[in-house]
Design a protein. Structure first.
Length: 263
């Protein structure tokens, strides 16, 4: 594979960015070089902070966050305790690395209204229009209206989501990793709440996630720059941070665009 270009598909982890509900917002406390010098002086008796080059020690950061902060890969364990119709669900440290470096395909669903639940028929139509035939383990990325709203107060209410039938349509064709630039693979909770209030059907709650009960899969959330990708002709690298027994892992997701073969 000859790489022509790298595209960063990850968002930066920052303070005070409205990309999560308030109770899930990350917090980064920064330790500057001057504070680091004071720490070193406490470790080495007789050392004064000003004795260090430029009076500087180390810089470091303390993080308070969840495994779902920033761009991350959800493991089947996030959705339920079982997958594949009864097998123990994989945690993030058990996800096959083979799933996380694969050819990618992008669909542009920015025209779907916020809160829309994508159907299997709409997926089938989109792939037909793109002239692309899914292959097992392809990584499917969805560009929604949420991508352009990242970092703005309305972000959590933006973008379409995926229902059970649409998710299973992908999984039945061998897909095991999908991704969205929205906060959730499912439709925003505000729209799902309205539907649940109207029909009282619990099956619509997190229905895309819960498809993992039948076929285990992973999905990425809070991707970025999907608008820069072609429909195909690229690979996706999305190896998750290895956290024992966790429901998700942070990922620096990157697209690798291949050079076209010269005729």
């Amino acid at each position: 594979m000859r790489i022509k270009r790298f595209i960063d598909l990850s968002v930066a982890l920052e303070n005070d960015v409205p990309a999560d509900p308030p109770e899930l917002e990350p917090r980064i406390d920064y330790v500057d070089h001057q504070t680091g010098a004071q720490i070193l002086a406490g470790i080495f008796p007789g050392l004064a902070p000003e004795d260090l080059p430029n009076g500087e020690g180390w810089a470091a950061e303390h993080l308070k966050l969840t495994t779902h902060s920033g761009t991350h890969l959800d493991a089947p364990w996030h959705y339920a305790s079982t997958m594949d119709n009864g097998k123990p669900a994989m945690t993030i440290d058990e996800v096959p690395l083979d799933w996380c470096f694969r050819p990618g395909v992008k669909l542009d669903f920015r025209d779907f209204p916020d809160g829309h639940v994508v159907t299997a028929a709409e997926l089938e139509t989109a792939f037909a229009q793109a002239g692309y035939t899914l292959r097992p383990l392809d990584i499917v990325l969805i560009n929604t209206a949420a991508g352009a709203a990242y970092g703005q107060p309305e972000y959590l209410q933006k973008g379409c989501g995926f229902g059970r039938a649409a998710t299973l349509w992908l999984l039945e064709r061998g897909v095991r990793v999908v991704g969205t630039d929205a906060w959730s693979w499912d439709a925003p909770f505000s729209f799902v709440r309205q539907r649940f209030s109207a029909n009282g059907n619990p099956c619509i709650i997190w229905e895309g996630h819960k498809a993992g009960l039948e076929i285990g899969y992973c999905h990425m959330e809070k991707l970025s720059n999907l608008d820069l990708l072609p429909t195909s002709g690229f690979w996706v690298s999305c190896f998750p941070y290895k956290i024992k027994g966790a429901s998700a892992g942070f990922t620096r997701c990157v697209a690798l665009l291949e050079e076209e073969n010269e005729s």
